[in-house]
Ligand binder design. Sequence first.
Ligand code: GLU
Length: 476
Amino acid sequence: MTVRVRFAPSPTGIPHIGNSRTALFNWLFAKHHQGKFIVRIEDTDRKRLVPGSQEKIMEILDVLGLKEDESYRHGGPYGPYIQSQRLHLYQKYAHQLVEEGKAYYCFCSPERLAKIRKEQQKKGLIPKYDRHCLHLSKDEVEEKLKGGQKYVIRLKVPDDKDISWNDLIQGKITINTANIDDQILLKSDGYPTYHLAVVIDDHLMKINYVLRGSEWISSTPKHLLLYQAFGWQPPKFGHFPLILGPDKSKLSKRHGAKSVLDYVDEGYLPEALVNFMAFLGWNYEDNSAILTLEELVKLFDLDRIGKSNPIFDRQKLDYFNREHIRRLPLTELAKRLGKYLPADYPLKGDKFNRLVELCQPRMTNLKDFLSLTEFVYPQKTAESKDLAKYLKTTEVREVVKNIRQKLTQIKEWKVSSIKEVIEEEVERSSLSRGKVFMALRIAVLIRPVTPPLFESIALLGKELTLRRLDIALNWN
Ligand code: GLU
């Protein structure tokens, strides 16, 4: 049997990275088992829709490389893949349950519902619908319908029944129906609730594994009751452990968790994001292996997903990013940097490529390249505070002056001759190598953190190097 899983986002905003993990795990599971990954848009909660978020959710999948096999934009045999285009199905099935006596019309007004909720709360009870409309006679129902009264359709939930399933990740779970309300299946606006739509669609789209976050565990008994009511075979369920923030509460944007798209804008590689997200719940070796999407497909399975809650650790994301940057072929790295550089970036061609090579081991994210190489902008100068700190003493200035003098005499401006001049002068002086190098770094490369000194000076060229040295020496 072909594995068929779905990612079923609600376009109610742009999900943060933790939420995109659900897509990644489903995709990896599908691909590991040569199955199908289906994307279904769950847009039935009309009040919470955020325009544009559906497109962003799809863009996240594209960025991460999680190609879907079926979706609204890809097509497929079980469409439409957007719930708001499937309303007729939900209505048909909801009414079918009413006819079979498994669900019922409820005409209660929001005011009445609020009132009974208040009364129950006063008595310390868990608020629950009091089944007022379950007891209406057939004629009463007919009459209200004829009179055009607004209604919802509710599921008859058994009173005290244990619902169990073998969760693929959490093990056996049993939840009693005592505290489960008679669920609304169809709302008065004709839209289904999440519970009805998800069950009908998972069934009609032949989904055989429902893999989602643990926050949905409490919904699963409701879904199982619906499968029973319809007489359908339920899929297997697996619930991923909740991702926690560093303070051990549920990960949210409050913890600085941003969307995949934000991280990409900040200079994170999709490869690193995938690698990082994989270890938010899935385990392999010491959970720091550098793995590509292809390698993850081979290794991924549900038995390596534990029950314990992974903690979102930004430093780990930085680690994966550094490592993936180091592993990129230079030409690829140069290409990817393009997006983060202004159009007037002064270096091009071979010089640019050489600079990329020098910076590759020094970058945590792609944006670092620009700050590491600010010195290539001819008009930029060092900050006064750095000049004051590193070029203050006359001894230092003396050595820098001598170096400047000797550099003017270099005929072929290349790394070895620059190195020779500088090392010779350091040798002749009584100053440490570190002191002189730092002074030169600030004077010529204008920042305390740069790619290697000699190579950078060689790339910068003689003219600009001498000009910067003059500025630094005349500064006071
Ligand atoms: N639409 C739900 C969401 O927003 C899907 C939950 C599920 O996977 O069943 O995450």
